[in-house]
Design a protein around this ligand. Sequence first.
Ligand SMILES: Nc1ncnc2c1ncn2[C@@H]1O[C@H](COP(=O)(O)OP(=O)(O)O)[C@@H](O)[C@H]1O
Ligand SMILES: Nc1ccn([C@@H]2O[C@H](COP(=O)(O)O)[C@@H](O)[C@H]2O)c(=O)n1
Ligand SMILES: [Mg+2]
Length: 481
Amino acid sequence: MSTDYDESVDLTEIAKADSATCQSCITRLAFTCAKRLTGVDLESSGLINWTGESEESQSVGPFLIGVAGGSASGKTTVCNKIIQGLGDRRCVMIALDWFYKGLEDEQDASSYNFDHPDSLDFELLSLCLEMLIRGQSTEVPCYDFSTHKRLPVKRLISPGEVVIIEGILTFYPIDIRSMLHLKIFVDEDPDTCLCRRIRRDVSSRGRTIESVLAQYEKFVKPSYEEFIAPTKRYADIIVPRGAENLVAIDLVIKHIALKLSQPDLRRLYPNLVIMGDNPQIQGLHSVFRDREASREDFIFHADRLIRLIAEEGLSLLPFQQSFVYTPTGDVYHGFKYSAELASVSIMRGGDAMEAGLRAVCKNISIGKMLIAKDPLDPSSERKVIYCKLPSELSRKHVFLLDPILGTGKTAVKAVEELLRRGCIESQIIILSLVTSSEGVRFCFEHFPQLKLVTSAVDHLHVSQSRVVPGLGEFADRYFGT
Ligand SMILES: Nc1ncnc2c1ncn2[C@@H]1O[C@H](COP(=O)(O)OP(=O)(O)O)[C@@H](O)[C@H]1O
Ligand SMILES: Nc1ccn([C@@H]2O[C@H](COP(=O)(O)O)[C@@H](O)[C@H]2O)c(=O)n1
Ligand SMILES: [Mg+2]
């Protein structure tokens, strides 16, 4: 094959690029080659909507774990066990200790509080983590505990599938905390921590017993109480007895392995249900996404899918144990829903989901909401134009019907209105046939407690105006308008 590629694609650029740039270069190269070989410009033909950028927006990046806890509680030891348990997964561990600002020559270590948040360079840590999240290598500082200074060298850290950041104040700054997908607090008896710290600091950090005890009384203990212990409430998991707690460590390893097995947005958003992983669902999509499908086929297959999505939504409702007598006079022990349910359709697309929903939830009361931008000002914010809701929503679970969730802005506006009218965030379940990954992120960034059931996650076209590959205007195709 000729190497006569378009000059705008520089192969040396690919060789030295980070993964995102590299992907984008390779995409351009692929488009160029295809155009040379076939004469068809795939990029502008509309046959392919994939671009390096949009693929990047689908990527969920590394799984970020934060480990916090008192000094010498066993954080580093717990992290090492987790990494060991993950086997050949590529894990990267970052110690908060590397980000100590260090002392100036004139500063006296015995009167400096190394347990205060101001002693750490969280800004630099944040930049390093952002690079790892983008799949890029990053340089981290090296710190010398015996001189209390940064060394004049840096260490290059390559990106990994799992990134663990461990340190006493990992959960303290909100920007670091909000990046984390799993937060673990190691909780150890303070006497045990002190004994371990004396041993460790004397043997490997160049301290005397007296200096460790003086620092402990003056700074370590008070700062633990003021800054570290209060961050325990941000933890998803509290591990008592640190590295001894093999059951907790095993559960954590299993949880991470499960998350790594989810290559999509479910890894980040536990309240996201995607039902599209099987041929049955994909078979339905193959009919109603087809632009040649007749209206009759479109409605039939869309209704089938809406029924399945509604059933999935029902499975998220709370239930309680119940029993019935069977015709044989015996008792059958089962369950019944313990929640009242209502629904709200976002007009006009949501209206087209009502028949499918009613086939599953016979007498459900359905409200309506019309949300739109000012037609004379397309850059304006979305507004609620019309809203008629079922009664007593505050004690009900609500299915919010939005067949195609694009930017997510309409859905978010609808959720805001529902909350304003008394709904509870965790009781709102969005039912959507097709979503974009960008829309999913937008919804969960605004409302992490809500639930979202969809049968496919596409992506937003660069123009932001449509979901691709998508299925066109759902309501127009459904109502034949
Ligand atoms: N469960 C344990 N039993 C005995 N020693 C431990 C245990 N966990 C940690 N240590 C020791 O205690 C010291 C501090 O542990 P480390 O994991 O470095 O704590 P941290 O990172 O929280 O400061 C280390 O010398 C380590 O080997
Ligand atoms: N120059 C320094 C810097 C930090 N410390 C102490 O280290 C502790 C944090 O490290 P862990 O591994 O124990 O989490 C912290 O409590 C600081 O007091 C220090 O002594 N000297
Ligand atoms: Mg440590």
